[in-house]
Design a protein around this ligand. Structure first.
Ligand code: SAM
Length: 256
C-alpha cells in the first residue's frame, strides 16, 4: 500500500479512537468561538456542509441551534456513527474530502476545521469544497503553515521517524514508558505496535494555495491565529508577508 493510502486507512479505521478523547480535553477555546461566529456571520441560513466533521463537536453542534440544514462527512465510520447518535438533526455520511459525493453548487456554505493536514491532497479537497458550494457561496478552512518554525521542526522529525525504523521503534517505546509513568497525573493513549511510522499530518505551503486561488480566479481572505488572545483569536492578514508569523492560518474563499 502506498504512503498516502496507508494514511487514509489509518484515518478511517484507527484515528477516531484517539481523537474523541483529545477533542474533549481541548474543550472550546476562543479560536473555536471565533470560527463559529464567523460562520454564522457569513451565512445566516441554508445548506451547510462540515467536511471532516469528527464527532460533530464543537462546530456543527453549535450550528444546530441556528436555522441551517446541516450536513457532515467524515472518512471514519466510527465518527459518523457518533454524530448520528448525538446530533440526529445532522445529515451525516461517510465520505472523503478529496471526492465529495454531492452535486455541484449544492451548499450555501462549506467549512472544514482542524483537519486539512490529514488530507493527502489539500488542493483537491479545496477544489471539491468549492465545487459543491453555490456561486457566491463561501468555503472556510484552516491549515497548518509549513513555513512556521514549529511545523518545519515537526516535519523534519516526522521524516526521520519514517526513514529510520530503529529510531522510530526506540523513541516509540521510550515515550510509552514515560506515558505509563505519568498516567496517574495525565492520560495519553499508548501504542505498542511494531509497525512502521506513518506520517499523518502534512502542513500546507501558503504559496501553493495562493497559486491555486490565482489560477482559479478565486477571491480569498486569510486570517492568522493568535492562540493567547482571549478576546479575539483571528487576525485579518492584508499581505502575504505576515503569514509566516502564524503556525495556523484560516482561509475564507468565495466561489466566483
Ligand atoms: C482532528 S479531527 C477534527 C474533527 C472536527 N473537524 C473537529 O474539529 O473536531 C480530523 C478529522 O478528519 C477526518 N479525516 C481525515 N482524513 C479525511 C478525509 N480524507 N476525508 C474526510 N475526513 C477525513 C478524521 O476522521 C477526523 O474526524
Amino acid at each position: 500500500m502506498d504512503k498516502l493510502n496507508s494514511r487514509k486507512k489509518y484515518m478511517r479505521d484507527v484515528y477516531s479512537k484517539y481523537w474523541t478523547n483529545v477533542r474533549k480535553r481541548y474543550g472550546i477555546i476562543q479560536y473555536d468561538k471565533d470560527l463559529i461566529s464567523k460562520l454564522v456571520q457569513i451565512t445566516k441560513s441554508g445548506k451547510v456542509l462540515e467536511v471532516a466533521i469528527g464527532d460533530g463537536y464543537p462546530y456543527s453542534h453549535a450550528l444546530t441551534e441556528k436555522e441551517y440544514d446541516l450536513y457532515g462527512i467524515d472518512i471514519s465510520p466510527q465518527h459518523v456513527e457518533m454524530v448520528r447518535k448525538a446530533l440526529p438533526s445532522i445529515n451525516v455520511s461517510v465520505g472523503d474530502a478529496e471526492n465529495i459525493k454531492f452535486r455541484d453548487h449544492f451548499f450555501d456554505l462549506v467549512f472544514c476545521f482542524r483537519s486539512t493536514w490529514y488530507f493527502s491532497n489539500i488542493t483537491k479537497a479545496v477544489s471539491e469544497m468549492l465545487r459543491v458550494v453555490k456561486k457566491g457561496g463561501l468555503v472556510m478552512f484552516d491549515v497548518q503553515n509549513i513555513n512556521h518554525p514549529i511545523h518545519l521542526k515537526f516535519i523534519k522529525e516526522q521524516i526521520k521517524r519514517e526513514k529510520s525504523y530503529t529510531y522510530e521503534i526506540t523513541t516509540r517505546f521510550i515515550k510509552n514508558f514515560i506515558k505509563l509513568i505519568i498516567r496517574p497525573i495525565r492520560f495519553y493513549p499508548i501504542h505498542w505496535s511494531l509497525e512502521k511510522h506513518i506520517i499523518l499530518e502534512t502542513p500546507t505551503d501558503p504559496n501553493l494555495l495562493k497559486q491555486f486561488f490565482k489560477e482559479n480566479m478565486i477571491v480569498f481572505q486569510v486570517y492568522g491565529v493568535e492562540w493567547n488572545n482571549n478576546k479575539y483569536a483571528l487576525r485579518k492578514l492584508e499581505t502575504g508577508k505576515d503569514f509566516d508569523k502564524y503556525d495556523r492560518l484560516v482561509y475564507k474563499a468565495t466561489k466566483p
